[in-house]
Design a protein around this ligand. Structure first.
Ligand code: CIR
Length: 303
């Protein structure tokens, strides 16, 4: 397979979509690794496997309807494999294997049948001290935008998934691109104040637009830099409730077509007003694990 990804919105040809079959029992509180899952475990509203399977199948059928090749991970018994985005990512023609949270490290084995078809020279494994997850990485033309956490207390945050070492290594691997990193707000306990990954508080859409949540960024100037990259008039600012609902985590099939949650009415109206077609799905149950549509997809080829 010849990989090709340079941005978030060019016409999608091939994608890995997560699976919820044999997702395992509800985690114990101490096993959960994001504050939104913790909230739902405590409140007795953790999602049911059958509902999540249904939600993912809706996405699969929309992708297929738009002629996208949809690959699914092999099922590992009793293991959460919904959020394919984080296990690796493609930049240009290279597959970079993520050094993911140890609780999630088995997920990569389930896409070995895809990785085997990629030229070995194009597969990169970062050094072990580089932590990175695909939700934090966004190729954007000459830029690679990367969410990180630079605090000295990095190790205290199970929600901090991409470190400065990984940012530096990405710059070494792609010297012709500018790697721009963003220090993100982290909370292990409050999902409304936790930008788990960059795609939980920001995403480019269409040919010149972006969705953004200001408070997800710890540095005002980095937030301002992003806004000026797109132009203030092209940016939809979402509030903390909308970030919690994961409005920035929709998924682009092309510059003129996205998949979004049916409940995101303000966002969907804004997208349509910009000439972007919106295919809607119900993703409320998967959203309870602090991930949405971008998180459950791993694009391999865009035009
Ligand atoms: N790209 C993403 O934001 N992925 C969501 C991952 C959610 C999962 N509960 C996690 O904490 O790893």
């Amino acid at each position: 397979m010849k990989l090709h990804i340079n941005n978030e919105t060019s016409k999608l040809k091939s994608v890995i979509l997560g699976v919820a079959n044999s997702n395992g029992p509800q985690p114990k509180l101490e096993e959960a690794y994001d504050p939104k899952s913790i909230k739902h475990i405590k409140e007795g509203t953790y999602p049911e496997e059958s509902d999540m399977i249904e939600e993912l199948e809706e996405v699969a059928s929309i992708l297929k309807k738009h002629n996208v090749e949809v690959l699914r991970p092999r099922i590992i018994e009793n293991y959460n494999q919904i959020f394919s985005r984080d296990i690796g990512f493609v930049i240009e023609d290279k597959f970079i294997r993520a050094n993911i949270l140890p609780d999630r490290e088995k997920e990569i084995k389930a896409i070995d049948f895809v990785l085997e078809t990629i030229d070995p020279d194009k597969k990169i494994k970062l050094p072990d001290n580089c932590h990175v997850e695909g939700g934090d990485v966004m190729p954007y033309g000459d830029f690679i935008l990367v969410g990180t956490y630079r605090g000295e207390d990095y190790a205290d945050y199970i929600t901090a998934r991409t470190n400065v070492e990984a940012v530096e290594e990405l710059q070494r691997l792609f010297p012709h691109k500018t790697v721009k990193s963003f220090n993100l707000r982290k909370s292990n306990t409050d999902p409304k104040a936790n930008a788990l990954h960059l795609d939980c508080c920001f995403q480019p859409v269409g040919d010149k637009y972006a969705i953004i949540h200001r408070n997800g960024f710890l540095e005002e100037e980095e937030y301002e830099w992003l806004v000026s990259l797109f132009g203030k008039e092209n940016v939809l600012e979402i509030d903390s409730q909308e970030m919690f609902d994961m409005n920035s985590n929709i998924f682009s099939i092309s510059e003129s077509l996205v998949i979004s949650d049916v409940h995101f009415t303000r966002l969907n109206d804004w997208l349509r007003s910009k000439g972007i077609q919106v295919e809607t799905v119900n993703y409320r149950e998967i959203a309870k694990q602090e991930g949405l549509l971008r998180c459950s997809t791993l694009p391999l080829i865009r035009e």
